[in-house]
Design a protein around this ligand. Structure first.
Ligand SMILES: Nc1ncnc2c1ncn2[C@@H]1O[C@H](COP(=O)(O)OP(=O)(O)OP(=O)(O)O)[C@@H](O)[C@H]1O
Length: 382
């Protein structure tokens, strides 16, 4: 492969990407420090929060243009509303906050009003306010981390718009066995019981589901799968906070929810919406995970905060929700996921597996104590 391009070449490429107002990205002063390592290019684009949605196609165009440069293996471009510097100072150690102790006022984690799922003690949702923040990657590694903590664990891929579990588990051509009636046997992989709509339909099948169908498909996968004796079932939710997600959060007997966010303020705005959604339906939020928290250069091991590290921790603190931990942006996480052997399986003794296991321990502790963000009581004036 050709040599990776220089920062100047990347900058020149970005000069050709135009904004709707006719300025180019570089001329508009939107491009952060550009970081290039091992053929991969990382940078962020600064914009007003209000313009984020409108500028998503520009972000995609920038990412595609840089990816197409000779010598580029991958590019990761994020939109952010804060200006960020390049390399950070030394990272303070051990900043993870343990889950808060159970307090008398917290409600029990099992919602008795909803019928439980046979064979499953606790169900937790892994959700994100927006797509592409690494929710599925986090969900599978969290599930594996919970299993490593000694919990009998399952994972249900409820992201039926874009199921990724078959790929993440290296089970692309596997079909579940049908037991009597309509009941499906979960597929066992890496010690997890798993189910995904991706096991049932071909990858090419267009997934055009309307909201209500999404909910019934998921409810069916929850209740018509022979989950066996699970301590915890991790549900990888569809991204976003629309009606389908809200109905799901309402209908699935969730013990709690975990929100995944990247550190940028714009992702955090969406994460906050996710949090509010669970509060609305009285599901305790067990905490927030910051994914792609910082970047570790593969060659030098130096740490860079190009995407604005620490935002999720601050946000969790602000919202009174536990911070569950941070996972860096490392190519090994992406590559192992793509290869169907998540990092917690591929490198169980490595630092990244340790990060996920530490997060899993906090989730497990929160489940057993009933800790989580207690929704504020509604005050009604009549
Ligand atoms: N910590 C990480 N380091 C490096 N790459 C990561 C990390 N987390 C996720 N990724 C990569 O980012 C991409 C998006 O991740 P993933 O599919 O888990 O996101 P998602 O939020 O579930 O996306 P979608 O909403 O589109 O389903 C994948 O290629 C994944 O391998």
């Amino acid at each position: 492969m050709a040599q990776a391009p220089s920062q100047d070449i990347v900058t020149e490429t970005l000069r050709k990407i135009m904004l709707p107002d006719g300025r180019d990205l570089v001329g508009a002063g939107m491009v952060s420090d550009i970081f290039i390592a091992d053929g991969k290019v990382f940078f962020s684009l600064t914009c007003d929060a209000a313009d984020a949605e409108r500028l998503e196609p520009v972000r995609e165009a920038a990412q595609a243009a840089v990816t197409a440069l000779p010598g580029v293996k991958a590019a990761m471009v994020a939109l952010t509303a804060e200006k960020k510097g390049g390399q950070s100072g030394p990272e303070p150690q051990a900043r993870n906050v343990p889950p808060p102790p159970p307090s008398a006022g917290r409600r029990p984690v099992t919602d008795r009003a909803k019928p439980g799922v046979p064979g499953v003690k606790h169900i937790i949702a892994v959700a994100s306010g927006k797509g592409g923040v690494g929710k599925s990657t986090t969900a599978i590694n969290l599930a594996l981390g919970l299993a490593a903590c000694g919990l009998k664990t399952g994972i249900l891929d409820a992201d039926i718009y874009g199921p990724s579990l078959p790929r993440l588990l290296g089970l692309k051509d596997t079909k579940p066995q049908q037991l009597e009636g309509r009941i499906l046997k979960p597929i066992e992989q890496f010690g997890l019981q798993s189910m995904s709509i991706g096991f049932l339909v071909e990858e090419e099948t267009p997934m055009i589901w309307r909201g209500p169908m999404v909910v019934s498909a998921i409810t069916q996968m929850l209740r018509e799968v022979a989950w066996s004796d699970l301590d915890v079932l991790v549900v990888d939710m569809p991204p976003g906070t629309g009606d389908a997600q809200l109905t799901m959060a309402q209908n699935v007997p969730l013990s709690g929810a975990v929100i995944v966010s990247t550190p940028q303020d714009l992702a955090l705005i969406d994460a906050r919406k996710g949090l509010k959604m669970f509060e609305k339906v009285n599901v305790p939020v067990l905490g927030i995970i910051e994914n792609m928290s910082y970047f570790v250069a593969p060659d030098t091991g130096a740490r860079y905060d190009i995407f604005g590290h620490g935002g999720a921790r601050a946000e969790a603190q602000r919202l009174g929700v536990p911070f569950l931990g941070e996972v860096p942006l490392v190519m090994a996480i992406r590559e192992t996921s793509d290869a169907g052997r998540p990092i917690t399986v591929a490198e169980p003794d490595g630092p990244h597996a340790a990060a996920y296991t530490a997060i899993a321990e906090r989730v497990s502790a929160a489940l057993s104590t009933g800790a989580g963000a207690k929704p504020a009581p509604a005050i009604v004036f009549e």
